[in-house]
Ligand binder design. Structure first.
Ligand code: SF4
Ligand code: ZN
Length: 292
């Protein structure tokens, strides 16, 4: 079930690498039934290598994806990312939808974050990630999308699992896995991760070989020191990727059990403030925005 990583085969020629990488993504989509022929899939595009790779491959595999760019207004970085997504979609004849954070929240993410952080000790990505997911789900639903494809890769997933365990919040891993969501809800658009078995290194190699117009530098606001440490540690101890693969296998089993437990517990409700799906009376975005 779990694919072999290509770390050991890094010496393989580019043509073979591209073929194997594409085969792995296609197999992940097939084996985990990430997409049905009648799905209306939208790719959450950040202008980075991962989401651009997903967009390119879903188009190549005939899934007719649309692109959605959420403009968080993080200065030049957002501006350049938006230009790149626009360029890629134009070159590849892909419909692009954009949404500006000010349309939904009246301010840039930087302003919202600074106000929340003046009252609550939260990391940049914790605030931004919650808001982004909320915007993504709402906009995708408005566009009648049946699936949202994201660029999360194997490295992202393993890092998240380890962080959740070390922080003592393993239940947070319920949202991980190739498909998001525990229970179906008509207001919740399922998120899928076609790069679930692709390492960061492989995706970067693929993206560079394809010559995608993307930014390779990380977001200037991603100052999550804990994630950075886990990432560096994993790179140090796991040169050929075997540890990541084994870890993923075990984490996958734990997540399955947690999901089964969650099935018997909380129903998905609607947030009484914004009406979006939530397991609590008030969703995380509305709780955060109450701080502003
Ligand atoms: Fe937001 Fe963090 Fe992603 Fe930057 S890296 S866009 S701050 S979630
Ligand atoms: Zn809400």
């Amino acid at each position: 079930m779990f694919k072999k990583l290509s770390y050991k085969k890094e010496g393989m020629d580019d043509e073979k690498f591209v073929r194997e990488f594409e085969k792995k993504v296609r197999n992940t989509i097939g084996e985990y039934r990430l997409l049905n022929p009648d799905d209306n899939v939208i790719v959450a595009c950040s202008g980075g290598k991962d989401s651009t790779t997903v967009l390119h491959l879903l188009k190549k595999f005939g899934h007719n994806p649309k692109a959605l760019f959420i403009d968080l207004l993080i200065g030049e970085w957002s501006k350049k990312s938006r230009e790149n997504v626009e360029k890629f979609c134009k070159q590849n004849d892909i419909t692009l939808h954009t949404v500006d954070i000010r349309e939904m929240f009246a301010y840039s993410i930087c302003y919202i974050r600074s106000v929340i952080q003046s009252k609550k000790k939260l990391r940049n990505c914790s605030i931004c990630g919650v808001i982004k997911r909320w915007m993504l789900n709402k906009k995708a639903r408005e566009l009648c999308a049946t699936k949202i494809a994201t660029g999360h890769n194997l490295d992202d997933e393993v890092q998240s699992h380890i962080m959740n365990i070390l922080r003592g919040t393993p239940r947070t891993s319920i949202g991980l896995g190739p498909k998001s969501g525990i229970k179906e809800d008509k207001k919740f658009v399922q998120r899928i991760k076609p790069l679930y078995f692709c390492t960061n290194r492989e995706t970067e190699r693929y993206s560079r070989l394809m010559g995608f117009p993307v930014i390779y530098e990380p977001c200037p606001c991603s100052v999550d020191a804990f994630r950075k440490e886990i990432k560096e540690w994993l790179n140090e101890i796991d040169e050929n990727g075997d540890i990541r693969l084994n870890a993923m296998k075990n984490f996958g089993n734990i997540t399955k059990q947690l999901k089964a437990l969650e099935m018997t517990e909380k129903e998905i409700r609607q947030c009484k403030i914004c009406g979006e799906p939530s397991r609590n009376g008030v969703c995380r975005v509305c709780s955060l925005m109450a701080q502003t």
